[in-house]
Design a protein around this ligand. Sequence first.
Ligand SMILES: *Cc1c(COP(=O)(O)O)cnc(C)c1O
Length: 453
Amino acid sequence: MRRDEISKVILPESEIPKQWYNVIADMPNKPAPYHNPQTLKLIEPDDMKAIFPDEIIRQEMTAERYIDIPDEVREMYRQFRPSPLYRARGLEKQLGTTARIYYKYEGTNATGSHKLNTAIPQAYYNKIAGIKRLSTETGAGQWGSAISLASSQFGLECSVYMVNVSYQQKPYRRSFMKTFGASVVASPSNLTNCGRSMLERDPECSGSLGIAISEAVEDAATHEDTNYALGSVLNHVCLHQTIIGIEAKKQMEILDEYPDVVFACCGGGSNFSGITFPFLQDKFKGQKLRAVAVEPTACPTLTKGIFAYDYGDTVKVAPITKMYTLGHDYIPAGIHAGGLRYHGDSAIVSQLYNDKLIEAKAYGQKAVFEAAITFARTEGIVPAPESAHAIRAAIDEAVLAREAGEEKVILFCLSGHGYFDFAAYENYFSGKLDDVEYSPDSNTSLNNLPPIE
Ligand SMILES: *Cc1c(COP(=O)(O)O)cnc(C)c1O
């Protein structure tokens, strides 16, 4: 088989991995344990029982290297996995690069992003624990879509608290979730104490991810038959996403390739974890490899944040973790990659970055959309604005390789498609997108960290 004649590698369903890979087992320094946001003490498994099923709590805390993927979950994965690995031949040609560029495309499922990879096991573990309903928040709508679909597949009800501005701006995401039977309300809502008190203060409140999280958590904590589900950041979410990298490694192997560098965009860190951790496993054993997380300059958590204990959310209901953070009450500018606006990062990704085992870089949104358009026109897929951060970095790397005349192998994660994001593309076309720089001097949020050393 001649590598240069191949545009994509599609594995048979029998190659869907049977286990997820838990990178914690191989990390030289483990991520710091979580603290309870009320007591500030170390979190006990029991602290999480009101909102998560036992198996999720176990996966959150274990250092076991491999976790079996249940048959029922693999059965659902068959609908859209293994996902394709593409050679970006059109893009390479356009750039005139000596590098070979590959991308793993996670947008082939109905919800259009990698988030379904964790939504399915989360719904499954809740179902077998006897839970009847899941509550969750959604900002841009991708996570809400994924958990709605997964819930419907396992016969669970699903309540989505959608940040009010997105609820108004993204009506089709709303319709998508309803199609799968979820009930979607604008947050703040009158369904929770938290929502009602926000509405009392400001009936027109545009909402925030922090408010939506506290509504969803309150809903789960106050209903016996209801649990909460989270779409990024936590260890079990990063674990489930490793199915991306395990497949990608096999697909590269078929082409007799190994990446010199792997790029993924980084919001909470789950698709970055997913594609890079299985390759990092080799790096821990001496393999040469660069893994680079790409973030927006408007929310540059790894590149400009500090490594400290911080609350996981604005209203202090999520666990306190040691991570790179801009401060839990930092409000990033309203950039168009909604999925990358989280103030912190996964504890695992943060620890790896602190140990210099991974790298990070940041881009402004104009450069990102420019890369998105180049990619769409050369590869025929419209990328999600989030994913376009990884594309930007891959393009820059390929240009460097061309200038140096190097035969570099580049891999990136195309975490999702952008077919629900044309309002953002339209803003780019009409010149309405501004680059927003983070200014550390005006960020007072770092003064409000919890008192944990
Ligand atoms: C949510 C989302 C992201 C960011 O989340 P991570 O947990 O950092 O992966 C990136 N890309 C897409 C398409 C998303 O939907």
